[in-house]
Write a protein that binds this ligand. Sequence first.
Ligand code: ADP
Ligand code: MN
Ligand code: MN
Ligand code: MN
Length: 354
Amino acid sequence: MSRVTDFINLNLNPSTIIAEYIWIGGSGLDLRSKARTLSTPIDDPQKLPKWNYDGSSTGQAHGNDTEVILHPQAVFKDPFRRGNNILVLCDAYNPLGDPIYTNKRFDAAKIFGHPDVVAEAPWFGLEQEYTLLQKDTKWPLGWPIGGFPRPQGPYYCGVGAEKTFGRDIVDAHYKACLYAGITIGGVNAEVMPGQWEFQVGPSAGITAADELWVARYILERVAEIAGVIVSFNPKPVPGDWNGAGAHTNYSTKSMRKEGGYEAIQKAIEKLGLRHEEHIASYGEGNEHRLTGLHETADINTFSWGVAKRGVSIRVGRETEKEGKGYFEDRRPGSNMDPYVVTSMIAETTILWKP
Ligand code: ADP
Ligand code: MN
Ligand code: MN
Ligand code: MN
């Protein structure tokens, strides 16, 4: 008897490629994808065919003409189909060639393409926290139904069956991302049980956001196989449980070179002047997370410090000691759009003149 997996493992003619086109749907957080067959391997996104989808089915178009055009922007190896098969990250345009309103990549690419930004070679390290939920109850993985686990303390980077829940998913995702060609730096169990983190980067310019979106896609697919829900809610459980963030680590050429500490100070000062604007773009529901408790700063107050965790911006001990390096914007929520957050940080710190 044949099994389903036998067919999944069928070897195709090496010139037959399956390309999974990925895009962001109407909520700004939902990922969508569909596959097509190519008759020759292509790894340059500019050479891949454009494609389309029905925007009325993703909350991105209404009226008579609902066709949305996908423009391939980045290519990764497909860890699910393997072989020569690929994942193709796309952004979305109307038939006239204008970016649709949910296309945040378009404006980000403009900022990262600005000569002054290119000259500063911005790098980002994105710490993506997320919570795994049981499929039927939408309650965190490992938590008793209708009840709570023991208080936080033993879970952060914990080991053992009563402390970590979902490690197989985390590890599968980690390896799948490395296979795909994503610069994933590491993973760890978080303070709240059932909550985890992975880090993308350091990656240059818009690549960091592209990689984070594909890493999120791969996570959704791995969790789908495991029958578990991924939540990017910044405060999945109210009360004395840690929220989920997306700390954004950042440096420019000026910050990384000798004496870069001065450039870091200037950048932090500018970020402070635009605190409200940044907060408004750092994720929905983030106000439930940025309370001043649970290793966060209060949402209404900008603050920074060396090696402090209850602040908006943290400068690492190492960076202070070396007098150069990078800093961490701790404000973004786990559901933030990395195109928006990374380009806004570059815009404020490199292009904006107060
Ligand atoms: P934390 O101590 O806040 O948990 P992590 O180790 O989880 O820190 O994440 C630190 C992130 O900073 C990593 O993604 C790493 O790639 C990134 N990073 C390291 N050096 C730089 C740099 N020079 N510029 C930008 N990001 C950097
Ligand atoms: Mn971290
Ligand atoms: Mn963390
Ligand atoms: Mn951090």
